[in-house]
Write a protein that binds this ligand. Structure first.
Ligand SMILES: Nc1nc2c(ncn2[C@@H]2O[C@H](COP(=O)(O)OP(=O)(O)OP(=O)(O)O)[C@@H](O)[C@H]2O)c(=O)[nH]1
Ligand SMILES: [Mg+2]
Length: 426
């Protein structure tokens, strides 16, 4: 039996548009199984299917599909839920969704399946936030980092909440039994101060968080012909940027994503820097400089004839063409023979590890930050000399703000904020 508070049935494509072996279309709600059985060639099989079982059937003129049937309340949303798996073409998935809608389902809003799961008590607020992260993460490190950030935030909020609850319990006991010697004022003040400073620390840590948008940027810079495009292609393992012995070959900057030991890296090949009278080349050089300035790591390439390389704000020297002359110091490689490429990879991995550990662990959204500021200020304004009844009320108000951030008594607006960030079908 469904305990769901929702009366309509929603449907959506849960997989991204594009080529894939299989796709998933989801339908959830009180009429999910009835609507499902209207569009398949074996309705009885769907009707009588046990929860968490699969039925292989056909949707006429569309595709043969597998339907996983989950009955309320034993499903992700807590409602009757079917997951239809057709072949991967987006055209097929869309035809199935259209059929479900024609037969009575509504198109789901972004995050609506998770919203239902939350309201029906199937997932908590932390899990809901993690679902969104799991759908968006582009690299292993981004995923792990974001998971830790969410976990850390909730841990710290929970700990502040628990401490406040125990302080409120003390004041309540004072109100109920009048046992004033139960409250040690000095101890009480210290405990309250420790909650306030833990919230302050949380806000500070999140302000320090350096966002890297899920990837690091590495720019290859230097004068013409040192082999920037050759190193770029070697790291990509693909001929993406044009290489030639003519200085000034790269005019624009070229970008590509690579994976460096689980880190997602945007690699940028730039136009060789030199004095030129050509306005197009000059513009290309300027754009390259800007890209390099914003990069996390800027690698300044040299070749044997480039004797006195100029290093700018934090760039790192990388000697190329060691097949022509031998360098004994620093990072060195030959894009032509591949010698030193592995060492460059290892060096990059080390640098990225170090930089990612600098990213603070806590992630607060702007609205969470301002709510926490409000709670902190409320706590700082608490007057311990006041009547216990008023004191309890002041603490309760601050505590209810934390409760809301922890997913208890959430307002409609804050829920919308969380779920609307998710994709459709989640
Ligand atoms: N011997 C040797 N030649 C190399 C090496 N790397 C690149 N070259 C050659 O150096 C020349 C310039 O290479 P590019 O990769 O186009 O150099 P670039 O720095 O991108 O040059 P611009 O785009 O003009 O700024 C080409 O003829 C390459 O084949 C290397 O490791 N060894
Ligand atoms: Mg080039």
């Amino acid at each position: 039996m469904s305990l769901s508070q929702f009366h309509d049935t929603i449907a959506a494509i849960a997989t991204p548009e594009g080529r894939s072996a299989l796709a998933i279309v989801r339908i959830s709600g009180p009429d999910a199984i009835a609507i499902m059985s209207r569009i398949v060639s074996e309705p009885e099989a769907v009707w009588s299917a046990r929860s968490a079982s699969a039925v292989y059937t056909e949707i006429a003129d569309v595709d043969d599909v597998v339907v996983h049937i989950h009955r309320a309340p034993r499903s992700f949303t807590g409602e009757d839920l079917c997951e239809i798996t057709p072949h991967g073409s987006p055209v097929i998935a869309r035809q199935i969704l259209d059929l479900l809608v024609v037969n009575g389902a509504c198109q789901a809003e972004p995050g609506e399946f998770s919203r239902r799961a939350f309201f029906n008590g199937k997932i908590g607020i932390e899990e809901a936030e993690l679902i969104s992260i799991k759908a968006d993460a582009q690299s292993e490190h981004e995923l792990r980092g974001a998971e830790l950030a969410v976990h850390e935030k909730f841990e710290r909020l929970r700990s502040a909440y628990d401490s406040l609850i125990s302080l409120i319990a003390l004041v309540d006991a004072e109100i109920d039994f009048g046992e004033s010697d139960h409250i040690e004022i000095k101890d009480f003040a210290e405990r309250l101060e420790s909650v306030t400073s833990s919230l302050e620390q949380l806000i500070r840590d999140s302000a320090n968080r350096r966002s890297n948008a899920g990837f690091f940027t590495v720019a290859l810079v230097g004068p013409p012909n040192v082999g920037k495009s050759s190193v770029f292609n070697a790291l990509l393992n693909f001929e993406r940027s044009i290489v030639s012995e003519v200085p000034g070959t790269t005019r624009d900057y070229v970008e590509a994503f690579i994976d460096v030991d689980g880190f997602r890296v945007k690699l940028i090949d730039t136009a060789g820097t030199r004095v030129t009278s050509e306005s197009l080349e000059e513009r290309g050089i300027q754009l390259g400089r800007i890209a390099a300035r914003h990069a996390d790591i800027s690698l300044r390439l040299t070749e044997p004839i480039d004797r006195f390389p100029t290093l700018q704000n934090g760039s790192v020297l990388l000697h190329n063409k060691i097949d022509l002359d031998h360098w004994t110091e620093g990072l060195r490689l030959s894009a032509r023979t591949g010698e030193g490429l592995e060492l460059l990879h290892a060096w990059l991995t080390g640098e990225l590890r170090e930089r990612s550990s600098e990213l603070s662990l806590v992630a607060l959204s702007d609205s969470e930050k301002s709510r926490l500021e409000g709670i902190k200020e409320r706590l700082q304004a608490v007057n311990l000399d006041t009547e216990p009844v008023i004191l309890a009320e002041e603490l309760r108000l601050a505590c209810s703000g934390l409760a809301e951030m922890l997913g208890m008594n959430l307002s409609y607006d804050s829920l919308n904020h969380i779920f609307s960030k998710m994709c459709i079908g989640k």
